[in-house]
Design a protein around this ligand. Structure first.
Ligand code: HEC
Length: 281
């Protein structure tokens, strides 16, 4: 064998070893522990479950106003609408309940889930539209009021249940997780910020009038009512808004990368209770 060929095959071997090591290096359970520890160390006075309340866990003033508001929560209207929409049969007589385990009640903490048949991540929003389409109804907007209402109702029936996201022993599931993690830590937009820049490095800080939510538990309260929006926002809407805040180009709602991102963020918040629907000033 020529020296040149030997070098090339040696390089190929090293690359293969590096790739194997990198794949082996995917350890979601270790990531989740480190993620949680980071926030617990940074905010020693916040109880673990309280991170599920977003900015309220880090800001006393906001918290007091919120607790008063919770007497007449602004998402009440959407919650009622969601309950009605959920119960309304499709033209074929079937219901959303027929598409989910437990008739869809108290299962929000299991989403997103990895679908071993297709090899992709299925979020709750996607599952709702898949259910519609399987029953001959048109998909609804991922950023609209009906999707927010339906997910608000489903979150409400899961309140207090800990996130329980599973990553099956399937290389495609690990890949999806890793892809979501990569998205979360990648810098983008004209401001060159990653999600982590705001929600890991600067939670509790003010950005204009808003207090940045901690990334631990950041999806537990979705969907969220915002006065600024004058209504509810789905997870899809929130991701798009946050991408636009750094003057980046948002993806299509429920694009694969957004679903993987949701998979990663939900997984690292396993054990924290569902608190949605939420409301913000
Ligand atoms: C420039 C800073 C910034 C960046 C970067 C950013 N966000 Fe946000 N994000 C905000 C602000 C401001 C809010 C509204 C206040 C709050 O709740 O944190 C918010 C809210 C959220 C919320 C709702 C949390 C809650 O409790 O109200 C989620 C979920 C979220 N962001 C996810 C993301 C994800 C995922 C990314 C990366 C794609 C990202 N954000 C990037 C600033 C940012």
């Amino acid at each position: 064998m020529s020296v040149r060929l030997l070098l090339i095959s040696l390089a190929a071997l090293l690359l293969a070893i590096a790739e194997a090591l990198a794949a082996d290096g995917i350890d979601p359970a270790a990531d989740a522990r480190a993620f949680r520890n980071y926030f617990v160390d940074k905010f020693p006075n916040v109880k673990l479950d309280d991170f599920a309340n977003g900015p309220y866990s880090l800001n006393e003033d906001m918290r007091r106003q919120w607790e008063e508001k919770e007497q007449f929560p602004p998402y009440e209207f959407s919650l009622e609408a969601g309950k009605e929409l959920f119960a309304k049969p499709f033209a074929n007589g079937k219901h959303y309940a027929d598409c989910f385990s437990e008739q869809g009640i108290g299962i929000r903490q299991n989403y997103p889930r990895f679908d071993e048949k297709t090899g992709h991540v299925v979020t709750l929003e996607l599952a709702l539209n898949q259910c519609r389409e399987a029953n001959g109804a048109k998909a609804i907007s991922y950023t609209g009021d009906d999707m927010a209402a339906l997910t608000a109702y489903m979150a409400f029936t899961s309140r207090g249940k800990p996130f329980d996201i599973k990553i099956p022993d399937d290389p495609r599931a690990l890949e999806a997780y890793e892809n979501g993690k990569r998205y979360f830590y990648s810098r983008r937009g004209q401001l060159n910020f990653s999600c982590a820049t705001c929600h890991v490095q600067n939670p509790g800080e003010r950005l204009r009038a808003e207090v940045l939510a901690p990334a631990l538990g950041i999806l537990n309260a979705m969907p969220i009512y915002r006065s600024e929006w004058g209504g509810m926002g789905t997870t899809s809407r929130r991701f798009i808004t946050c991408n636009s805040q750094v003057r980046g180009v948002p993806l299509e709602p429920q694009a694969e990368e957004y679903r993987d991102l949701e998979y990663f963020l939900s997984y690292v918040s396993n054990g924290l209770p569902i608190s949605g629907p939420g409301s913000r000033p």
